[in-house]
Design a binder for this molecule. Structure first.
Ligand SMILES: [Zn+2]
Length: 347
């Protein structure tokens, strides 16, 4: 058990409790202080335990709103098992509209944490060592944040272990979104430093999504994530009620967008102001113009034109226009009508 973080209520007690994860802190203004992360728990009957997490990154508000709304609207009698909700993991970053914590930490790169480190490390250590072990499922809701906008969708990393992959595909489809995205692992990154991979390493059933971005929410993106979250919880068996199916709702089958091909990632070659030239979800052919980088300091210099190396759909567009060399400005993915078709064509 962590010695530097504790929960203000008993997570094992049946019923509804709201309180804080209390982290020992000491600041310039308060030598003896605690840092408090809001947490709420609904425990009723028997069933699985699911941890619902928003605000892993501060400027990704869709998950924070969906988790917070679930906490307000959930009735204890609707639960069969236990739902633990932390609406916002990165509170200071959320208030400041930033991806990273004020000390520069990316909360999704610090796992399994360190109980004697800074606040972000202590919180990650508590999640990894005290919370994940008591959970069957872990939901980690993301979006593009200020810098990017994704087609709102549940997604997954195409992991190499086939048994784990089957479990993750089932979880991804449970969100019932119009589009699901399949990604690869980020280059030059330790995958187990990520929250979701740390939970997977512990054998937990994990699901994530990218439900919009650009640092703002829309009625459409919030409806997609809220509906998806409730449907996931029903499919997982922790929320009473029959899950929706696309057939039952009269919807066409969900599309799969595969962005595992690194050549679909287009990066800025110059510093400047980026202009998106293809709308989100738009069709792209290899060689097509996707964006322009403007140099406002030199009105006689034409903008730099960026083109796509592959054909597909525009899966992610740039949110925050100022760019520097190396910034990803958009991602082109390949569209498939099903996972089976994707595996047949792309492997
Ligand atoms: Zn994120």
């Amino acid at each position: 058990m962590s010695s530097t973080v504790s929960c203000s209520f008993d997570l094992d007690k049946p019923g509804k409790d709201a309180g804080y994860l209390v982290i020992g802190d000491s600041t310039n203004n308060s030598g003896w202080s605690t840092y408090n992360v809001p947490i709420i728990k609904f425990s009723h009957g028997t069933g699985p335990t699911v941890l619902v997490l928003g605000g892993n990154h501060g400027d990704e508000y869709e998950g924070q709103i969906a988790a917070s709304s679930l906490a307000h609207q959930l009735e204890l009698e609707q639960v069969q098992g236990r739902i633990i909700i932390i609406p916002c993991l990165s509170q200071e970053a959320s208030r400041a509209g930033t991806r990273l914590w004020p000390n520069g930490a990316n909360f999704n790169r610090v796992f399994p944490g360190n109980e004697n480190g800074p606040l972000n490390d202590k919180l990650a250590h508590y999640l990894s060592n005290d919370l994940f072990p008591i959970c069957d499922g872990v939901l980690d809701m993301h979006s593009g944040g200020r810098s990017m906008y994704f087609i709102p969708s549940s997604n997954m990393v195409w992991v190499s272990d086939p048994a784990q992959r089957v479990k993750m595909i089932k979880n991804m489809l449970a969100w019932n979104t119009d589009v699901h995205m399949i990604g690869g692992e980020q280059a030059s990154t330790n995958p187990y430093a990520l929250l979701n991979r740390d939970a997977e390493r512990q054998g937990k059933s994990v699901s994530t999504g990218e439900f919009g971005g650009s640092g703002y929410t829309t009625p459409e993106s919030i409806k997609i994530i809220k509906d998806g979250l409730r449907n996931f919880l029903k499919v997982f068996g922790v929320l009473k009620g029959t899950p929706d199916t696309r057939e039952g709702l009269g919807l066409k089958p969900a599309e799969i967008v595969d962005f595992r091909d690194p050549s679909g990632f287009i990066s800025a070659t110059h510093a400047g102001i980026y202009e998106n030239c293809v709308p989100l979800g738009g069709e792209v052919k290899a060689g097509d113009l996707v964006g322009k980088i403007h140099d406002f300091d030199h009105p006689d210099v034409a903008p730099i034109e960026l083109t796509s190396k592959i054909s597909g759909v525009m899966a992610v567009i740039r949110g925050y226009p100022p760019v520097t060399i190396g910034d990803v400005v958009c991602v082109v993915g390949k569209k498939f009508s099903s996972i089976a078709e994707m595996e047949k064509v792309a492997g």
